[in-house]
Design a protein around this ligand. Structure first.
Ligand code: ADP
Ligand code: MG
Length: 147
């Protein structure tokens, strides 16, 4: 059995650095109130389940950290929901059950290498989340949002 950890809040605007243009949109959540939790977990790439408002529960792969490639000054929480949405969902409530860790944060010599690595992370997350060990948390109560 594993110990998931939980983060939630409304989806906020990120740096708009074109992750969407790269085909990798990340629904940023405010780090406010999560400093202790974030200190307890290393920066890097995680995977788990995302409950989005009343729309549903989706697989997600997430970066937590400073994004060395972009040299951010602030730590960010940036889940990529592994689903095609017709519309943006800024302001909507997003709940994350984080069940696994893939790798520490890394720097890349090119944007191309970074994107390649993120797609490898995505594949790993997609597969892992099919395993009973992780798939059970799709039904975690925390992800069920009723407004
Ligand atoms: P920002 O810098 O504001 O976070 P992004 O380029 O990272 O902008 O795009 C993220 C936004 O795209 C999210 O806030 C959300 O509204 C929307 N979005 C659409 N599809 C997805 C998805 N599959 N995963 C995450 N966000 C998505
Ligand atoms: Mg983003």
């Amino acid at each position: 059995p594993i110990e998931p950890w939980y983060i939630g809040g409304p989806v906020v605007k990120g740096f708009g650095r074109g992750s969407k243009v790269l085909g990798i949109p990340t629904a940023n959540i405010s780090t406010e109130g999560y400093s202790t939790l974030l200190q307890e977990h290393p920066s890097g790439v995680y995977f788990g389940w995302a409950g989005l408002s009343m729309k549903g529960v989706y697989k997600m792969v997430m970066s937590i950290g400073w994004n060395p490639y972009f040299d951010n000054a602030e730590k960010t929480i940036e889940p990529w929901l592994l689903h095609e949405f017709d519309e943006d969902f800024y302001g909507e409530e997003l709940r994350l059950a984080i069940v696994g860790y893939i790798r520490p944060e890394a720097n890349f010599s090119s944007l191309e290498d970074l994107i390649k690595r993120i797609h490898e992370d995505r594949k790993m997350a997609e597969k892992a989340l099919e395993l009973p060990l992780y798939s059970n948390y799709r039904n975690d109560e925390y992800l069920k949002i009723s407004l």
